[in-house]
Design a protein around this ligand. Structure first.
Ligand SMILES: Nc1ncnc2c1ncn2[C@@H]1O[C@H](COP(=O)(O)OP(=O)(O)OP(=O)(O)O)[C@@H](O)[C@H]1O
Ligand SMILES: [Mg+2]
Length: 256
């Protein structure tokens, strides 16, 4: 057993722990002293103005971005420069992006099988079976042979969710998964996310869908200028925000 595997305990540790996290892009201090612990099964919504560091923060969790100070532990595995550890962390983390990021030259089914076959070394028939199960769950199984360009945005995003789930992640990160969608397609994607939350998936969602936050989130986190300004259960967050910055933000996004 490798050292990193040995450091995992029996599943009672937090899913994600970030302590004193700081990150710079050159001279620009993008994340400032972030402390955030996410328990297994928790649903977190992150909101905040454009440029406040929301994407950067969640991209640090699976090392799509490197941080310079502080610690990140995912499922008991502490992030280091060691690529094996980073891979162990990435195996636990599924991610869904604003612009779906499907491979345009591969069918829906192939998109969902690729990492299972190449990363997890699964036989194709097993990969396809699991892919079809998840495509069924996001209600798009009948489109499995199509290419992403033949699908609507909402359908593509549901495929992206199914593709991430095929890797059996312990936690799912969503970065504004509905903000590139036409309004009539937002609900079909949110419905899939609500379902996932009900099944107990640990989720961190950057989103300004406040209805989703109210229905699903255990905690809402408000970021501004690279800092966590406020965090609270949705009821408290929306009805009794403490900081002036949160109040201003809420008045802007709830005001229209
Ligand atoms: N690769 C990069 N190099 C330099 N600066 C960057 C880079 N990526 C992001 N930034 C800057 O860091 C800040 C935070 O960006 P980030 O994308 O995390 O914000 P965000 O809260 O997700 O914003 P949005 O709501 O617009 O998606 C912004 O000022 C952005 O311009
Ligand atoms: Mg962003």
């Amino acid at each position: 057993m490798s050292e990193a595997t040995a450091s995992r305990d029996n599943g009672t540790e937090p899913m994600i722990e970030m302590t004193g996290l700081n990150k710079w892009y050159g001279d620009f201090h993008v994340l400032r002293d972030i402390d955030l612990t996410v328990q297994r099964g928790e649903r977190i919504v992150i909101c905040g103005p454009s440029g406040s560091g929301k994407s950067t923060l969640i991209r640090c969790i699976n090392r799509l971005e490197a941080h310079q100070q502080g610690g990140i532990t995912v499922g008991g595995i502490t992030m280091t420069e060691d690529i094996k550890r980073i891979e162990q962390i990435r195996r636990q983390v599924g991610m869904v992006f604003q612009h779906f990021n499907l491979f345009p030259h591969l069918s829906v089914l192939e998109n969902c099988c690729l990492s299972q076959i190449w990363v997890q070394k699964k036989p194709r028939h097993e990969a396809e079976k699991l892919a079809m199960e998840y495509l069924e769950r996001v209600q798009i199984a009948e489109q499995a042979k199509k290419y992403p360009g033949q699908l609507s945005g909402g359908q593509q995003q549901r495929v992206a969710i199914a593709r991430a789930l095929c890797m059996r992640p312990e936690v799912m990160l969503f970065d504004e998964p509905t903000s590139a969608l036409d309004p009539e397609m937002i609900k079909e994607v949110l419905d899939v996310m609500v379902e996932l939350a009900r099944e107990g998936m640990t989720m961190i969602c950057v989103t300004h869908e406040m209805g989703f936050a109210k229905t699903v989130a255990d905690r809402v986190i408000f970021m501004d200028q690279g800092q966590i300004i406020e965090e609270a259960p949705p009821e408290t967050f929306f009805n009794h925000p403490r900081s002036e910055r949160t109040k201003l933000f809420l008045s802007q996004i709830l005001g229209h």
